[in-house]
Each structure stands twice: as structure tokens, then as C-alpha cells.
Design a protein around this ligand. Structure first.
Ligand SMILES: [Zn+2]
Length: 275
């Protein structure tokens, strides 16, 4: 298939197909070969169909997990002239949809199976309620409107290193202290193809650095303080004698449980807990 856009057979599952021709234009043979390998695998999983689909890549409606080779690709730049074309706009729409359905603060295109230099970020007032006032103050957490970053580049404005706990939808259930620069300036294109500059610090700067890392094939596990890496639900695993399951589907139960059930356990001081 050479079409661009939603494949009618897959639309109901929220799966978006993107033409490989667009990506081949970027002349990165390695990435094209990766599509040949990963796209048919994705299609098989999604549709149960066995025919080859090497002409498409698949934007998923689930967020891929660490180990998926697509997370290790350096993404391709988007031609500015292509920003308003359906495949870029559809990718952005799918990113927004997934960010919402996973209640994420940021999401990059590779995380839904598309190795283009596109990421979205948002922190709503509602999401702020997931933290205590003390943590909001301590980490410099602020709400901000949805931002689309296409081909972002970044300069460190304040190189002071800040260690804060950070997680990732592609390393679901795990977190660690991650050193990040305190303040950065980003240059990127928005979804209308307009270039903008954005000066951000603290928590927002952390999300920007995390997302730009994704676009370069890096994960927080590459830069974290190793000894602080932990499974967010290790306490409840003990409380339930191991009877605990984590879902990788959108809108998992973990957000609700974390706040309503787990929080009381967090007041207990555990040895070696970096929180
Ligand atoms: Zn991430």
C-alpha cells in the first residue's frame, strides 16, 4: 500500500499508516531498513494478518516499551514543506491522542512507532493535582499549554545540574533520579510550520530534555543515577505478596492506585529509598 493516512481496515483500532516513501526521501537507509523489519511485525501484531506491509510504518495507539528497536533510532528531521501534509499532521494527532490516553506529560513520535523528529508536551492543571504542594515547589513543576516540537534543537542556558526523579511511558513503572540542566532554550517548528524559541527551566526544561533525548534514540536509563533506579510499585508487590499486575494499555489503573492507595505507604521511611 502506498497511501498516506489512516488505513480503513485499521482506523477503528487507531492505527495510522505512514508512507515509507516520505521517509526514504530523507535518505537514511538504515531507518528505512528498520521499517522493513519492524513494520511487518507491527502489522502482524495489530491485525493478525500475515501479508507483508513493508511500504508502511505503523503509528501505534499503544506506547512502545524499552527494547523496541525504534526507541534507539536517531529520528529523521521533518522537511518544513511537509509539516502540513497529512502524514505529519496525522502523527501529531496520534501523539496528542496517546499523550491524553496515557495521561503523559510528554510523548515523542518514536514512542508510537514513528521515527520522525516530533514530540508533544503538556502539563494541565488537572495533572498538577497528582503531586503534593511540597513536590510541586521542590521540583519547580508548572502547568503549561500543549506544545508541539518539530525538529527541536536545544541550548543549555543554565548548566546547573538538577537531579530529580523521572519516569517514562516507554519504561513503564520504573523511575530514577536523572541529572538535567536547569534551564534550556529550545528552537523548533510548531504544527503550522512556524519556527519558535522557548526558554524553559526546572520541570519544563526536564521534560524538554527528556523528549529531545527520545528523538536522538536516548532514554532516561542512559543518563540516570543507576543506584536510584526502582520499580515504582515495589512496596505494593510486597504488600500483596506478589499478586500485582501492571497494564501497558492506555488509562491504566496505576495513576489512581498510586495516589489513593500507595501514598500512605510512601510515608514509611525505607532504607536506601532516594525519594
Ligand atoms: Zn519518555
Amino acid at each position: 500500500m502506498k497511501s498516506i493516512g489512516i488505513h480503513p481496515g485499521l482506523a477503528s483500532r487507531g492505527v495510522l499508516l505512514v508512507s515509507k516513501r516520505f521517509l526514504l526521501r530523507q535518505k537514511r537507509g538504515a531507518i528505512a531498513r528498520m521499517f522493513d523489519k519492524t513494520s511487518s511485525k507491527n502489522a502482524d501484531k495489530t491485525t493478525g494478518e500475515s501479508e507483508s506491509s513493508s511500504n508502511e510504518i505503523v503509528a501505534r495507539d499503544n506506547i512502545v516499551q524499552i527494547g523496541d528497536p525504534i526507541l534507539r533510532l536517531r529520528t529523521q528531521q521533518v522537511e518544513v514543506a511537509d509539516i502540513k501534509k497529512p502524514l505529519v499532521q496525522d502523527t501529531i494527532s496520534q501523539l496528542k491522542k496517546c499523550m491524553k490516553s496515557y495521561d503523559a506529560l510528554g510523548l515523542s513520535a518514536p514512542q508510537i512507532g514513528v521515527p520522525l523528529s516530533i514530540a508533544v508536551m503538556q502539563c494541565s492543571e488537572k495533572q498538577l493535582k497528582g503531586w503534593t504542594d511540597e513536590i510541586i515547589e521542590q521540583r519547580g513543576i508548572k502547568s503549561f499549554d500543549l506544545k508541539v516540537m518539530i525538529n527541536p534543537t536545544m541550548k543549555v542556558v543554565n548548566s546547573e545540574v538538577v537531579n530529580q526523579r523521572e519516569g517514562c511511558c516507554s519504561v513503564h513503572g520504573m523511575s530514577a533520579l536523572v541529572p538535567r540542566a536547569k534551564e534550556v532554550a529550545v528552537e523548533a517548528f510548531d504544527e503550522n510550520g512556524s519556527k519558535y524559541r522557548w526558554l524553559v527551566k526546572d520541570w519544563v526544561a526536564r521534560i524538554v530534555q527528556h523528549e529531545i533525548d527520545h528523538l536522538e534514540g536516548k532514554l532516561f536509563t542512559d543518563v540516570m543515577l543507576n543506584e536510584t533506579f526502582e520499580f515504582d510499585y515495589w512496596r505494593i508487590v510486597n504488600v500483596r505478596s506478589g499478586n500485582f499486575k501492571l497494564s501497558y494499555a492506555p488509562m491504566t489503573m496505576h495513576n489512581t492506585l498510586k495516589q489513593k492507595i500507595f501514598r500512605p505507604f510512601w510515608t514509611v521511611k525505607y532504607a536506601n529509598s532516594p525519594r
